[in-house]
Design a protein around this ligand. Structure first.
Ligand SMILES: *Cc1c(COP(=O)(O)O)cnc(C)c1O
Length: 421
């Protein structure tokens, strides 16, 4: 596509966009009576307008049935989580039995590592990306300590080469090969939250398996953003939150993936709870835990239906828009943002910023600002842009294909231009 930095061009693209109508399915925060230019769908996705009625349905059934809602509600709560398996499978590229909806992301990472980080003998280390999302760093460090291991010696963190902003695939693969017989677990963010880099998940998985390691990905910035194929890539496990690109609301229920090859290993060590038993046993209150088949066997608690009700409508919108359409629009919209930023940057030689996101990317572009980045960011905020600032000097922008428009992107470029003047 040949881009033009003009409102006419942006509006033309919007008029041709088959997903344009989905914008109207979401509430936009307002600035002076107009939609804000919302570029933080990578942090908290917008609220689907349908969320309230879905939530009310469950509140009404709770009022009407009390405890009997477990079986009598329009969407019985006892089996409520089951409606997500097929939908989530489509989002992350997995079979229905390989995914389930439960708890929160960091907690789920811990539960999965209880099963999949099993240090033994020489094989005690975890390999991850340097500057991982802090919660992941804390989770990995505390898992190591939990096994009596010193994180300083057992956490292998990979950093970009000097002067570079993201990891090279060849360097990741070499680090895996070099440390092969010492790595118990590779746990990396599928899309880096800071740079927006999409990791080569398939080749990392292959390389990890070749040396005998387990491979898991934190898909917080990947789920609903890029075209995941967790099953086909052979990934052992994955976890994600639903409030970023999946628009399910602040702190809403997270998701897990466990590859089919582990589905029948009911003897894998795990921290168990009653919802992890087969559904027919769940209310029998028998002594002795027996794990359900597949990802469901990692569930602990009964389903948080109120949060899930919102996720249900959010996922329906995702599937209605269609993954191929979303990925296609994403490519164009993010490329248009990159183009617009470059056009603006060319006009202002004194002030500069650079895009540090590599071409392996999803929706997000991270801009490293030199000089007065914080002033630029503040100007944008005052003028109705919602972006996000990461210390020391990065602005993250994510035009998301579900509800952002080409006109949003053009509008942002125009404001940056004004700010630099
Ligand atoms: C957003 C995000 C989290 C947040 O974890 P919660 O447990 O949902 O608070 C963790 N890790 C990564 C990589 C994230 O992007």
């Amino acid at each position: 596509m040949v881009f033009e930095n003009s409102l006419a061009f942006a509006e033309k693209q919007d008029s041709l966009d088959p997903l344009a109508k989905f914008r109207n399915e979401f509430y936009f925060p307002q600035h002076k009576g107009q939609d804000k230019l919302y570029f933080t769908g990578n942090s908290l996705g917008l609220q689907p307008k349908e969320a309230k009625s879905a939530l009310n349905q469950e509140l009404d059934d709770w009022a009407k049935y009390g405890v009997d809602g477990h079986f009598e509600a329009q969407n019985p709560w006892f089996s409520y989580h089951e409606r997500f398996k097929d939908k989530l499978g489509q989002v992350v590229g997995a079979n229905a039995e390989e995914v389930t909806i439960m708890g929160g992301l960091t907690a789920n990472l811990h539960f999965l590592m209880v099963s999949f980080f099993r240090p033994q003998g020489k094989r005690c280390k975890i390999l991850c990306e340097g500057k991982a999302f802090p919660s992941d760093q804390y989770a990995l460090e505390s898992q190591l300590k939990f096994h009596g291991l010193d994180p300083k010696r057992n956490l292998i963190e990979l950093f970009p080469r000097d002067g570079e902003h993201h990891l090279r695939e060849e360097d990741i693969l070499e680090a895996i090969a070099q440390n092969g017989d010492e790595i118990a677990l590779i746990m990396i963010g599928g899309v880096n939250y800071y740079t927006g880099q999409v990791m080569p998940m398939e080749s990392i998985t292959k390389a990890g398996h070749k040396v005998g390691a387990i491979v898991g990905f934190d898909c917080a910035h990947a789920a609903g953003n890029i075209g995941l194929k967790l099953h086909d890539w052979g990934v052992d496990f994955g976890a994600w939150c639903s409030y970023k690109y999946l628009n399910s609301g602040p702190g809403s229920t997270a998701g897990i993936f466990v590859h089919e090859r582990h589905a029948k290993k009911t003897d894998l060590p795990r921290f168990a709870g009653w919802w992890g038993t087969p559904p027919e046993d769940r209310f029998l209150m028998k002594p002795g835990f027996e794990a359900d088949y597949g990802a469901d066997g990692w569930q602990l608690s009964n389903a948080p239906v109120l949060a899930m009700a919102v996720q249900d409508v959010a996922l329906d919108l995702y599937l209605k828009a269609g993954r191929p359409n979303l990925l296609e629009k994403q490519k164009n919209l993010t490329a248009y943002l990159a183009f617009t930023l470059e056009e603006v940057s060319k006009k202002h030689t004194k002030v500069n910023f650079e895009i540090i996101t590599p071409k392996e990317r999803g929706s997000q572009l991270s801009i490293l600002t030199h000089g007065s980045g914080k002033e630029l960011f503040n100007y944008l905020t005052e003028h109705g842009v919602v972006a996000d600032w990461r210390e020391p000097n990065v602005i993250r922008l994510a035009p998301v294909p579900m509800y952002n428009s080409f006109a949003d992107v053009y509008g942002l470029g125009e404001l940056i231009d004004k700010a630099l003047n």
